[in-house]
Each structure stands twice: as structure tokens, then as C-alpha cells.
Design a protein around this ligand. Structure first.
Ligand SMILES: [Zn+2]
Ligand SMILES: [Zn+2]
Length: 87
């Protein structure tokens, strides 16, 4: 590598380090968020505070989004019985 290429490579790798640090901070913030789940236009569930997406909005679920478990083979919501795949 010549000098220009070296400094270019350093810029790229420095930026990757920053991005990783920022992602760590972001995922920590999302993890600690006391989510306020609301329904989107397409019946999706997302947090009004951190913006995290939780799949389908679910009125019957205590956490307000559809949850899947082993008993339905991870296909149907254990609260509203709706399938994971929907139009
Ligand atoms: Zn949140
Ligand atoms: Zn559900």
C-alpha cells in the first residue's frame, strides 16, 4: 500500500470501531428501555420511546406484541393464536 491507501484504510477501520461502539451503546439503551408498545398503520408493534420493532401488535398479550412458543411450533401467537406469517 502507498501512503494514501494506508491513510484511507486507517480511516475505514477507525470508522468501523466507532460504529461498533455506537451500536453497543444503542443496543444497551434499547435493552434498558421500558418499552411503550404502540400499533403502527400495518398492525405492527413498535416502541414509541426507542423505536424498536416487535413484530405484530397484540391486544391480548400483556407485553402488547405477539409472542410465540414451543407449543405451537413457534408459528402461532400464544395470546391471540394468529400466525407469525400474515398479509
Ligand atoms: Zn423501547
Ligand atoms: Zn398475538
Amino acid at each position: 500500500m502507498n501512503k494514501d491507501q494506508e491513510s484511507y484504510a486507517k480511516k475505514v477501520s477507525d470508522l468501523r470501531v466507532y460504529i461498533r461502539q455506537i451500536q453497543d451503546i444503542l443496543s444497551r439503551l434499547i435493552k434498558e428501555c421500558k418499552h411503550l408498545i404502540i400499533s403502527s398503520d400495518w398492525a405492527g408493534a413498535y416502541c414509541n420511546i426507542c423505536g424498536e420493532n416487535f413484530g405484530w401488535y397484540c391486544e391480548e398479550s400483556p407485553v402488547k406484541y405477539c409472542e410465540y412458543d414451543k407449543s405451537s411450533g413457534w408459528i402461532m401467537c400464544k395470546h391471540c393464536q394468529e400466525p407469525r406469517e400474515r398479509k
